[in-house]
Design a protein around this ligand. Structure first.
Ligand code: ZN
Ligand code: ZN
Length: 423
């Protein structure tokens, strides 16, 4: 049995708000540099994207594709939106099945329309699952907890979304603002495998593979993926890796315009209208999960794999150099050195010995060491704004930083109290 790092959710350039660089040849190269073994066609029901996939991907065996000369393998899958704005991930055996699904979805939406890589369908979750079942595909909710497009935004349970087809659903995707710890606070989720994928809109390795799922399979294929979800023949998910949920855009309850943070009680009192700028307050994933939680303390099914919190290597380098963004040429230059030395980013970040990392760059090596030891604090994200990580050199610095973040968090949550500036 081999283990594969998989990122099976992101978008091609025909989905809304996606980088023009999101093309198969770029994805294939960048995924390999990241250290992803298996990725996804994405957006496969959209005709222009399907044609792009047919032109650029070569089938190496049934339903498994590559873009030469890169080694990353592609499986067939997509994301769609249903009539209640719930997003679903779908995986299929091969391109022929994608063609069949296209025909079945056509009556329910303008699936080839401009920016319809992720189509909007006039179907509910149950009806959609039925169509996917007819083409022998698998389906489950994408970013299950996010406030706009997650299954838990519209329903109080996953089963309610899929109705009579509920037993067919074997996975949920956690999304960037939740992790295994949070998801397993809800009893229902103990029956689902968890996927952690990037949902990236750009191909660069600080985005693609920023969350990935390590899956034990004989070799990558749709069938083996299905077996992993059934935990059959020792196929299974062995690791979820992803952002600390506090780094996610919708972790805390916050204003979707000025990002002021609120507690759930404050938001209710204010009727979900920001005190500061009068825009809407968006319920955070943390508070949504606390509403639904069955358990007060961490608890998991015995087979649940570990969840590893990760930061992108470019982000660690950026923090180390105090650079404005990961695209900074100084950041990129150091990033390249690490990838050349260790083969790919995931190896450098998770596997490589610290002493060897320090040979490439002392301070970056120290920060990877701090990150692996868990010395990272976050100013939580919310309202559509990513959280902000701080890497601490030692316990003492961590203590100071923790206080600083608390103060900042307080000054941002305005309801029921004065801001620090007003005292
Ligand atoms: Zn989505
Ligand atoms: Zn506001």
């Amino acid at each position: 049995m081999n283990e594969y790092n998989c990122d099976l959710h992101y978008h091609g350039l025909h989905a809304g708000g996606v980088s023009k660089n999101m093309l198969i040849p770029v994805i294939a190269e960048q995924a390999q540099l990241k250290g992803l073994d298996v990725v996804v066609s994405a957006d496969i029901t959209h005709k222009p994207w399907l044609d792009h996939c047919k032109e650029t991907l070569k089938e190496i065996e049934n339903g498994v594709y590559v873009h030469e000369p890169f080694s990353t393998q592609f499986l067939i899958g997509t994301e769609v939106q249903d009539q209640f704005r719930v997003h679903h991930l779908i995986y299929l055996e091969d391109l022929a099945r994608a063609q069949e699904l296209r025909e079945k979805l056509k009556p329910f939406g303008n699936i080839d329309g401009i920016m319809m890589g992720r189509p909007l369908l006039k179907l509910n979750g149950e009806k959609l699952a039925e169509l996917v079942e007819q083409v022998n595909g698998i389906i489950g909710p994408a970013h299950a907890f996010t406030p706009y497009f997650g299954v838990y935004a519209h329903y109080n349970s996953v089963r309610a979304c899929y109705g009579a087809l509920a037993d067919k659903v074997k996975f949920i995707e956690l999304g960037l603002s939740a992790d295994t710890y949070f998801a397993d606070l809800i009893q229902e989720n103990h029956s689902y495998n968890f996927f952690s994928f990037s949902d990236s809109h750009s191909p660069w390795p600080n985005r693609i593979g920023r969350e990935f799922t390590r899956i034990a399979m004989k070799k990558p294929s749709f069938k083996e993926l299905k077996h992993a979800l059934e935990r059959k023949e020792s196929n299974r998910i062995t690791l979820n890796a992803g952002l600390d949920p506090r780094e996610g855009k919708y972790h805390a309850t916050a204003c979707n315009d000025c990002y002021a943070h609120y507690t759930l009680e404050q938001a209710v009192q204010l009727k979900w209208k920001c005190m500061k700028c009068k825009h809407a307050i968006k319920k955070g994933v943390r508070d949504r999960i606390s509403e639904l939680a069955t358990f007060k303390e961490e608890t998991h099914p015995s087979w649940r794999p570990p969840y590893l919190h990760v930061l992108a290597l470019a982000e660690i380098i950026q923090l180390t150099l105090n650079a404005k963004k990961p695209e900074d040429p100084r950041v990129q230059e150091i990033w390249k050195k690490f990838v050349e030395r260790f083969g790919n980013e995931i190896n450098a970040l998770i596997e490589a010995p610290i002493a060897q990392l320090k040979e490439v760059h002392v301070e970056v090596g120290e920060n990877v060491e701090a990150f692996r030891a868990g010395r990272v604090l976050y100013y939580p994200g919310g309202g559509g704004n990513y959280g902000k990580p701080f890497i601490c050199k030692n316990e003492k610095e961590m203590e100071l930083k923790r206080k600083e973040i608390e103060t900042l968090h307080l000054s941002q949550s305005l309801a029921g109290q004065k801001t620090l500036g007003e005292y």
